[in-house]
Design a protein around this ligand. Structure first.
Ligand code: NAD
Ligand code: UDP
Length: 330
């Protein structure tokens, strides 16, 4: 039976709420007047990201690893599972833990959703398409994933998590939603996260050469985080149980991205080429027809606008870090 909420705000659990996307989602949902329970083990999350909410009467932080079962006192209306390191560097540091986060973490949250009669959304990924053989990936494409490689812990973990969500949705009476998220960037992504947008911006701001992996001709499609958050909330509110792509279809090579960042930062940095990591997808571009039709959603922020806002955020963040590191009295 769907939950009928009689309060004028919802109680929303965000697993991974201290991370990049999770903290942006926390902010938006708090601003909308909801009560937030943030569950995070701080593997890649940062207290800075949630510092503004810690004293808020509608914000509760629970430090917990979702690989372990969890119980929550009181009602829970919605659960967003945003908990999983998303940077290849970070999820490959502990590949077995990444598998456990994807599988056991999803299972524990689905069980919580079942007990609480809560609706639950999974942050899946374009990585379920692996190294796609087709340009413009739509949700019917079944992907090309290497099961025995450095990215497999994440890619296969996310695939089995989708299966769990589908099973609980189809046969266990849980209201499930699955977002296949494409590369997203913006404020609150850790400067040391290792993903391309944060690396390039931090390098350009520090006047260091930008590290381009491989030839730099591989492509990605970059979505600004406010657009993604909007899509996630719309998907949660929809009736759609099958996976929906959320991403910005603008497609860029890594060399094009590097050039843009250097220009926008007005940096003198050049580029330096590094080996292409194994199984690095060669192309990625979402078909968002379903998101448009079902959710009435499409991204509003183009790459130049999003990069400008993101660069400003990193500029301030690096200055604050530098100030904090400076010896007292300087
Ligand atoms: P992130 O690394 O910034 O955030 C992940 C958060 O989850 C962190 O706060 C981390 O501490 C927490 N976490 C990790 N494992 C946990 C565990 N076992 N128990 C509790 N907390 C745990 O990553 P992000 O970019 O914010 O990604 C959020 C979600 O969106 C992830 O599930 C990721 O797979 C998915 N996603 C993100 C992107 C993207 O481009 N940002 C693309 C596709 C999918
Ligand atoms: N990349 C790069 N330089 C970096 C970090 C990443 O050229 O400093 C490349 C990486 O090889 C990949 C693309 O940028 O082709 C996107 O990498 P990211 O780690 O951001 O995300 P993902 O590979 O998971 O899409």
């Amino acid at each position: 039976m769907p939950r009928v909420v009689t309060r004028n705000h919802k109680v929303i659990l965000i697993a991974g709420g201290a991370g990049f996307v999770g903290s942006n989602l926390c902010r938006r949902l708090i601003d909308e007047g909801h009560e937030i329970i943030c569950v995070d083990n701080f593997q890649t999350g940062n207290r800075c990201n949630i510092a503004p909410f810690l004293q808020h009467r509608h914000f509760r932080l629970i430090q917990h690893d979702i690989c372990d079962p969890l119980d929550i006192s009181g009602p829970v209306d919605e659960i967003y599972n945003m908990a999983c390191a998303a940077s290849p560097d970070r999820y490959q540091e502990g590949p077995v833990h990444t598998c456990k986060t994807c599988f056991l973490g999803a299972l524990n949250l689905l069980e919580l959703a079942r007990r609480k009669n809560a609706r639950i959304l999974q942050s899946s990924t374009s990585e379920v398409y692996g190294d796609p053989e087709i340009s413009l990936q739509d949700e019917s494409y079944r992907g090309c994933v290497n099961t025995c490689g450095p990215r497999a812990c994440y890619d296969e973990g996310k695939r089995v998590a989708e299966t769990l969500f589908w099973e609980y949705g189809a046969h266990n009476g849980v209201e499930t939603r699955i977002a296949r998220i494409f590369n997203t960037y913006g404020p609150n992504m850790d400067p040391a996260d290792g993903r391309v947008v944060s690396n390039f911006i931090v390098q350009a701001l520090k006047g260091e050469d930008l590290t381009v992996y491989g030839t730099g001709l591989q492509t990605r499609s970059f979505c600004y985080v406010s657009d993604l958050v909007d899509g996630l909330i719309r998907l949660m509110a929809s009736d759609e149980k099958m996976p929906v792509n959320l991403g910005n279809p603008g497609e860029f090579t890594m060399l094009e991205l590097a050039e843009k960042v250097v220009k926008m930062v007005r940096s003198r940095a050049g580029v330096t080429f590094r080996p292409l990591p194994q199984d690095d997808p060669r192309q990625r571009k979402p078909n968002i027809t379903r998101a448009k039709t079902i959710l009435g959603w499409s991204p509003k922020v183009n790459l130049d606008e999003g990069l400008a806002a993101t660069i400003e955020w990193y500029r301030e963040r690096l200055a604050a870090d530098q100030e904090a590191e400076a010896p007292a009295g300087q």
